[in-house]
Design a protein around this ligand. Structure first.
Ligand code: EPZ
Length: 420
């Protein structure tokens, strides 16, 4: 295992290129299973979760070809196994995304229950109930979801709560079902839209992706196609917060400003001067300390839970007091105790934390727990006196491509060393 050593950072300055979105490429790679021919996916980020997904598809017998600069060919026609084994699923919950495609295209699937993770129990009951409503016969035993189905039948699916991968799994299933499926209270995330756009390019008939109501007319066959993955809005937001807390000025390229509006609004409220273009965002703090901004997470288009930890760090270093409320996951405050060890002034009360900003933090050995919490510890270390050691970097490598290289290019004193 590796660790990151960070000796603070001057104001971050320069340009950084954003990679393809982790939470778009994972459902899109799963959706290649629906095709009757090869798909070529480009702008694929070089992440451990992507490697895990490709291992999963390869174990099923798909033919995976990795081109240069992360262009991936997936030929699903050689598939000979419909299982997602526990040892893979436990390393990446998003493996559940093969369930919908396998049932819809092959009529069978054996997928390990993902189990919980650091941020919550994260059940998949809505995924299962939706497939049952479409006619799948699903049993749960030995920790596995075992599904069998003839041709799935389109139906009306009203989600009790907004679920991103639940929407994605059932959208993929509906694309090949017989008849119409109507989703209500569907997730509106840009990554859901990106998946829908890929499915439409394969020949699916989908209307309303990005709204709460999605209509799907099932078709008999989908063909593989070429598709480029949408840029990662959370990676974008993470670098912008890094520039904000270090009072720097950076330009983020190869990104999409329109899918980050709620985050840009909050950064402006914190005093950032932000300009945008078609595929870039520039943030300039003009050397000023950020001001405290209260946030409350909710499904898109509201403030994303995946940016909550980063804004805890912003508020830990801001001028003033703010309240951060986490409404999506039941246990997504693990970064708080680590930040308190670095001198952050934070008081947790249920699903809210009150944060009183300080000028500087203190370097310390800290532990990463989940993907976004880990990235936030790096941001905190930039404004800490003394060295910070961030352990368990594999969490970060799951979702951020070459994070230490990209931050080093922006001026941070950060290096990766083996964690003996
Ligand atoms: C997706 O997770 C993302 N992962 C998460 O990103 C993100 O934080 C989350 O959506 C919310 O935006 C991927 O897209 C691969 P949910 P997902 O289903 O789909 C409850 C990251 O850091 N729920 O929208 O698993 C659930 O417990 C990761 O990149 C049920 O109760 O999240 C949660 O409280 C972390 N039953 C809420 O809904 C279900 O069947 C939202 O979860 C499904 C969900």
């Amino acid at each position: 295992m590796d660790k990151l050593l960070i000796d603070g950072s001057p104001p971050l300055t320069g340009e950084v290129k954003i990679s393809g979105a982790k939470n778009a490429v994972l459902p899109i790679l799963a959706a290649t299973l629906l095709g009757s021919s090869t798909s070529t996916i480009s702008n694929v980020p070089h992440l451990n979760d992507v490697t895990t997904t490709m291992s999963l598809l390869a174990r099923m017998g798909c033919t995976i070809t990795m081109g240069d600069n992360m262009v991936v060919d997936v030929d699903p026609t050689t598939i000979n196994d419909y299982t997602a084994a526990y040892e893979l699923v436990r390393t990446m919950r998003a493996s559940i995304l093969v369930l919908g495609p396998l049932v819809a295209r092959y009529g069978q699937a054996e997928v390990s229950l993902p189990g919980g993770c650091a941020i919550g129990a994260r059940p998949v009951n809505l995924h299962i109930e939706g497939l049952r409503a479409m006619g799948a016969d699903i049993s749960i035993d030995g920790g596995y979801i075992r599904a069998r189905a003839g041709r799935l039948q389109g139906t009306r699916i009203a989600f009790d709560m907004v679920t991103v991968t639940g929407t994605e799994n059932l959208l993929m299933a509906a694309a090949l079902a017989k008849g119409e499926t109507v989703f209500e209270n569907a997730a509106r995330e840009p990554e859901v839209v990106d998946l829908a756009n890929y499915l439409i390019a394969m020949g699916a008939k989908i209307e309303g992706a990005g709204t709460s109501t999605i209509h799907v007319q099932g078709v008999d066959q989908l063909m593989g196609t070429d598709y480029s993955v949408v840029p990662d809005r959370i990676e974008t937001g993470t670098y912008l917060v890094g520039a904000c807390v270090t009072r720097g000025k950076i330009k983020v390229r190869d990104t999409v400003p329109e899918i980050l509006t709620s985050v840009l609004d909050k950064l402006r409220e914190a005093g950032a001067h932000i300009t945008t273009g078609e595929d870039w965002i520039e943030l300039d703090m003009k050397g000023q300390r950020p001001k405290s901004v209260s946030i409350s997470t909710a499904p898109y288009p509201d403030f994303p839970t995946d940016m909550q930890a980063q804004f805890c760090v912003l508020n830990a270093l801001a001028d003033g007091t703010a309240k951060v409320t986490e409404n999506v996951f039941e246990n997504r405050f693990m970064h708080i105790s680590e930040l308190q060890r670095m001198g952050a002034d934070m008081t947790v009360d249920g699903n809210s934390v009150t944060i009183r900003g300080v000028e500087r933090l203190k370097g310390a050995p800290v532990m990463a727990t989940d993907l976004r919490a880990s990235a936030s510890l790096i941001l905190a270390a930039f404004m800490a006196d003394g060295q910070t050691e961030v352990g368990r970097v594999y969490h970060i490598d799951r979702g951020y491509e070459r994070i230490e290289e990209k931050f080093h290019m922006l001026g941070a004193e950060i290096q990766r060393v083996p964690d003996r």
